[in-house]
Design a protein around this ligand. Sequence first.
Ligand SMILES: NC(=O)CC[C@H](N)C(=O)O
Length: 314
Amino acid sequence: MALHEEFRQFEIEVGQIVEEMRVFTEEGKIATYIPELRHADPDALACALYTKNGTCVSFGDKDRKFTLQSVSKVVALALAVMDSGEEQVFDKVGMEPTGGPFYSITRLELTSRSKPLNPMINAGALTVTSMIGGRTETEKVERLLRFIRELTGDDTTTYDRAVAASELKTADHNRALAYLLKGEGVIDSDIESLLDVYTKQCALSMRCCDLARIGFIFGHEGRSPETGEQIVPVPVARMVKTFMVTCGMYNESGELAIKAGIPAKSGVSGAILGSVPNGMGIGVYSPALNEKGNSRAGVELLKRLSRHFSLSIF
Ligand SMILES: NC(=O)CC[C@H](N)C(=O)O
């Protein structure tokens, strides 16, 4: 088969799988604790694959824009390590998975002696965001925007103001976590400014192809797919993928590692970032969530794609 025919066949197969997975959206529920997320379409499912030859193929509701929510935790982690150094970041945040939910306060007090268990849960992510470079919140947000634009390759990538404002207004649970961490000396920034940066980071908005490109970059040692320029240092890209495997899907990480074996990070918007080492970058969006807070159809889609194309890294 000629190469372009093979690619066409690949596109047909993925397109079919995506449509087959759409039924799972009926079993999920949209997150409503951030009021602005209520407007999402519960039936939506989009998937993009960024392939080796630098092209993005996308399927389903591929033009929908969505916010990253917790997917942004991998972006913030890479940036904080690049800006503040690995030693400083892991002096404050652990590297161990948690069996608990992403918003847990009890784990912080009981299991980890006030050191958040890992950067993929909210306590850890708030701490990590406090270590992004910049003297003021404006500088930190600008730093974040510069970095995300390098990752998406799109100068217009920005955060969704309505979602950021909606979360900031209702973020009392995260506020409580952040104050607790400040009381323990883990965070030393002003908490309101930190929440302002954190909610904008969570509200970074894009389409599934942009997300797939980010997955591709982390999968290819942090290099730009077009120029080969090092956007993320090699050890940082590797570390981020490892956290995605061990903690990226919260307390569903073990099951996804077994059933899909693809480094992945989810968010309550229904976004999932997948990063196959030396392989495809994957961007999925489907806002109906399962009880763990992961995209219901998105999780099924990752498992199915992995089985179909043998994508497991294990
Ligand atoms: N799991 C998530 O996506 C949570 C992100 C959300 N912005 C929060 O902090 O609650």
